[in-house]
Design a protein around this ligand. Structure first.
Ligand code: FE2
Length: 468
């Protein structure tokens, strides 16, 4: 039998850094968009994958190595839990396969462990959201890769489930989805959407440049879903099957520490970065009801974590606009925190009770850049602030029509808006936290340069413009 060709078409990734280890990931897929019953153009058999982690890019100082098994049941994805590494240290990793392939080595990835719990190592990270493939090129990721961050945080909408619209608006179908360009509802369809997206060289470069931590929003499953309900009144049992398939495909394509269990996938979690930052990652979808964004268990966990955090910065990573945002006519979004104001107040109060206004919320979803101060009473602009919110724009997803002037006028705690695609670059240490709003001028063709449109530091829970 002829040997199969290169299986590393979807790149490599690492994630979930702890002081002593990371997860490294790849998926074998010689034909990533194959619609055969076994995904990725793979044979229906287990395949041994050798992996190596080294201290140097040429793999002369090996820190850990072993063999993993890629199985058809998990679309031949490989998640290796590497431990025994040193804290706050850069490593390189690669995979290798033999039969049924010709001997092939993957591209090399760079990763970095989290600092030791008592270290005050500075943290440099980028955060992103909303990368609708058909809306444009992932130029943003090329620029992030070049900055070699310690960490990339993805705040959701890694995929969009939508198919090609019947009549796409001009400029909104820039890149073709995978055939048959239909809405994703089944495991094979979600897998092929990830395969389409992960074939992108700029996205692969960003995954290979740094460890990622990811959370999801709604489009990893279905627009505006809530918990086990589809949000559109359709059959809940069918929706739960769809959600289970979507969660499995999400896990198969990202370097997660946990795997799905039944219809669930544990996503909210705490990632400490030494004494500098406690990163609290939220799940705004899986436990959502009409009255709760997070569900009782997750809310209790968050309030406890916020109360116990001793880090210089308490960074809450979640998908949705956290601060109040009134639109003209005092309308609010029914999907974001304004629809869960009592729950938001309990979170703000937990930070206020500690007496340290060091909350930094990082969020996305709205496809534009914003910055806000998180007030104890959003109706009273003179009320104390417990910290700030940095809202990052989309990687590609087209923005909604927004009456920006009205929003800024009605919400004096919102201090900044920019309407480009982009990402936010953050640097934190034991004293300061700064955020740089980075943008590209176009995504309808590749190659846009990047520039910084604003820079803020956080001083006593307030935003301070710090442009050079
Ligand atoms: Fe989005």
């Amino acid at each position: 039998m002829a040997k199969l060709s290169n299986p590393f078409t979807l790149g490599v990734a690492s994630g979930e850094p702890l002081p002593d280890g990371v997860i490294i990931w790849t998926r074998l897929a010689p034909e990533p968009l194959s619609r055969a019953s076994v995904p990725g153009g793979m044979p229906n058999q287990n395949v041994k994958v050798r992996w190596q982690v080294a201290e140097d890019e040429r793999f002369t100082r090996i820190a850990a190595e072993g063999t993993a098994t890629a199985t058809p049941a998990h679309a031949h994805s490989v998640h290796v839990k590497v431990d025994g590494l040193r804290p706050g240290t850069e490593y390189f990793y690669r995979f290798r396969v033999g039969a049924p392939f010709a001997d092939t080595t993957s591209p090399v990835g760079r990763t970095r462990t989290a600092p030791a719990r008592d270290a005050d190592t500075p943290l440099r990270f980028a955060f992103v959201s909303c990368q609708r493939y058909e809306h444009g090129y992932y130029t943003v990721y090329r620029h992030i890769a070049q900055q070699r961050p310690d960490l990339v945080v993805h705040l959701g909408d890694y995929i969009y489930e939508y198919g090609k619209p019947a009549n796409p608006a001009p400029g909104r179908y820039v890149r073709k989805l995978e055939p048959p360009e239909a809405e994703c509802k089944t495991l094979p369809a979600y897998r092929n959407r990830y395969a389409r997206i992960k074939s992108d060289p700029d996205l692969q470069a960003a995954h290979a440049a740094a460890p990622w931590v990811t959370i999801w929003d709604d489009h990893e499953v279905k627009n505006d879903y809530a918990g086990k309900l589809p949000g559109d009144g359709s059959d809940p049992a069918a929706f739960l099957r769809r959600r289970t398939a979507a969660y499995q495909a999400y896990w198969e394509h990202l370097p997660l520490r946990v795997r799905p269990s039944g219809d669930a996938l544990q996503m909210y979690r705490w990632r400490p970065y030494g004494k500098v930052a406690d990163l609290l990652l939220l799940d705004s979808r899986q436990y959502r009801t009409k009255t709760s964004m997070l569900g009782a268990d997750q809310e209790r966990w968050l309030l406890t974590r916020l109360a116990e955090s001793q880090a210089r910065w308490r960074v809450v990573a979640e998908p949705l606009f956290f601060s109040r945002r009134l639109f003209a006519g005092n309308r609010t979004s029914a999907d974001a925190w304004d629809a869960f104001a009592a729950e938001r107040t309990r979170i703000v109060d937990a930070v206020r009770a500690s007496g340290r206004p060091n909350l930094v919320v990082i969020s996305g979803d709205v496809h534009n850049h914003w910055a806000a101060e998180v007030l104890t009473d959003f109706a009273d602009p003179a009320s104390p602030s417990v910290g700030v919110e940095f809202v990052g724009s989309s990687v590609t997803s087209a923005p909604p029509e927004t009456d920006v002037d009205a929003v800024l006028r009605l919400n004096p705690h919102i201090k900044f808006f920019d309407g480009h695609r982009g990402y936010v670059w953050c640097e934190a240490d034991g004293e300061s936290f700064t955020a740089e709003y980075r943008v590209v001028d176009h995504v309808d063709r590749p190659g846009a340069p990047v520039r910084t449109v604003a820079r803020f530091s956080v001083v006593d829970g307030r935003l301070k413009r710090a442009d050079a």
